[in-house]
Ligand binder design. Structure first.
Ligand code: CMC
Length: 423
């Protein structure tokens, strides 16, 4: 049954339509509110604003539910491959055996190293943060591919999926003073990335299957997360009809921030700092509660999850399994567990519904896999790429209008200009 929202303003009442999503999420359509009443809505941080209708990812923050195209994150992380999930997100349905084989083959055909892009990446000083290099080379891809309105989006999508993990390894190789590797097309997506990272040019290298499997799981868990900061950035930039590479490059920059994807690097650095400081987790919990300390427990809290982050649950178990399987004894794991325990039993964290998020344990796995700390957010970007692509494509397919929020102006009212000589 359709409902309307009745809004009373300045002694007049206005009816606004409402609608429901397929999982019964209810929305008031306020698009005409300003025309009708002169009022706009105010919602800093878009905490309660539905910016789009999307059929890609469903998330219920209260129940801790996350689904890609209707499939639960638990099933996908357990049974699928990252490339299969990428296909699902981008095309909307699970691929058949033939479709998946063709998709993998198409991606592999684009893995050739672009020497000019490599030269751009190499121009950055070795001390540059890898997220800066990644955003730059992805933005620079516009120079090498057809990106006008009639540009081949499907080809650009395949090329980006193929080359992002390849380009992600370049700066690491440079920092080691090693030559970049050529892609071994006989390897699956995750093993190929690991070979590019850890193999030496000319040497045979085969990634440990435990490592490749763990990476596959992590990438699936990161593959999409509806309208988060970086995805909203991709959609907003894409809404001006900026090309795929420009939009994804913007998303990479948004992801880099420590409140978003950059938190995974910050978590390990925080755990290391606690360890170096004697491992007193209670001290850091107290600090996190003190608003004047400027310190937050990184890897804790989430805008939408208010009970648990389903990704964090899976990652915590995976971290235990991977460390055991690889025989790694990481002392920060027990610090992380103590910190989690202390926070989950503390009134401040309980009252604010602050739980470990996806970034809390992922760094511990990345570290066990040999990924350097400053590349953790790069790993997040590789994982999130199919989601960004799917959201960009949906926006363009649905012909969404350019994104352009309103504001409530709070600056000076009209005043007369004073000539410089008189100031
Ligand atoms: N440590 C201590 N206090 C916190 C934390 C934290 N990690 N997170 C939130 N709070 C407090 C905050 O001070 C506020 O308290 P009060 O109501 O007394 O003012 C309350 O909890 C609500 O926080 P908020 O900042 O208004 O919430 P938000 O929805 O705007 O921010 C967040 C969400 C994830 C940015 C925030 O929880 C945070 O900064 N967490 C640490 C960074 C982090 O782990 N980010 C990764 C997020 S998951 C990966 C992804 O980006 O997808």
């Amino acid at each position: 049954m359709s409902q309307t929202a009745l809004i009373n303003l300045d002694g007049k009442s206005f009816e606004l339509p409402t609608f429901e999503g397929t999982e019964n999420e209810k929305a008031i359509d306020i698009a005409k509110l300003r025309d009708l009443s002169g009022f706009v809505t105010y919602d800093p941080g878009y905490k309660n604003t539905g910016a789009t209708k999307s059929a890609i990812t469903y998330l219920d923050g209260e129940e801790g539910i996350l689904r890609y195209r209707g499939y639960s994150i638990e099933e996908l992380a357990d049974q699928s491959t990252f490339i299969e999930v990428a296909y699902l997100l981008i095309h909307g349905e699970l691929p058949t055996v033939a479709e998946l084989a063709n998709f993998e083959k198409q991606i592999q055909s684009y893995t050739v190293v672009n020497e000019e892009l490599l030269a751009i990446a190499n121009a950055f000083p070795a001390s540059t943060h890898p997220m800066c290099v990644l955003a730059a080379v992805v933005g620079a891809m516009s120079a090498f591919h057809s990106t006008d309105e009639a540009g081949d989006d499907e080809e650009n999508i395949l090329c980006l999926l193929a080359t992002l993990p390849v380009m992600a390894t370049w700066h690491y190789k440079k920092s080691l003073g090693e030559a970049v590797n050529q892609v071994d097309k006989s390897l699956d997506y995750c093993s190929s990335f690991l070979q590019m990272m850890f193999g030496k040019k000319g040497d045979a290298y085969l990634a440990d299957p435990i490592v490749a499997k763990a990476l596959n799981k992590l990438l699936i868990l990161h593959a999409d997360h509806e309208q988060n900061c970086s995805t909203s950035t991709v959609r907003l930039v894409g809404s001006s009809h900026a090309n795929l590479f420009a939009s994804i490059s913007a998303g990479i920059n948004a992801l880099w921030g420590p409140l978003h994807g950059g938190a995974n690097q910050e978590v390990i650095e925080m755990l290391e700092a606690i360890k170096a400081d004697g491992g007193d987790t209670a001290k850091y919990v107290t600090m996190a509660k003190d608003k004047n300390s400027g310190f937050r427990l990184m890897g804790f809290g989430h805008r939408v999850y208010k009970n648990f982050d389903p990704r964090a649950k899976i990652i915590k178990v995976a971290a235990d399994d991977v460390l055991k399987a690889l025989g790694v004894n990481d002392p920060v794991l027990s610090i992380a567990q103590h910190l989690e325990d202390a926070a989950l039993h503390d009134d401040y964290f309980v009252a604010r519904k602050l739980y470990p998020n996806v970034d809390f344990y992922s760094g511990i796995i990345y570290r066990a896999l040999g990924i350097p700390t400053n590349m953790f957010t790069v790993m997040f970007a590789i994982g999130r790429l199919p989601g960004w692509i799917a959201q960009w494509k949906e926006l363009r397919t649905n012909k969404e209008p350019i994104g352009r929020p309103r504001q409530i102006y709070t600056g000076a009212t009209l005043r007369s200009f004073v000539a410089i000589s008189e100031r």
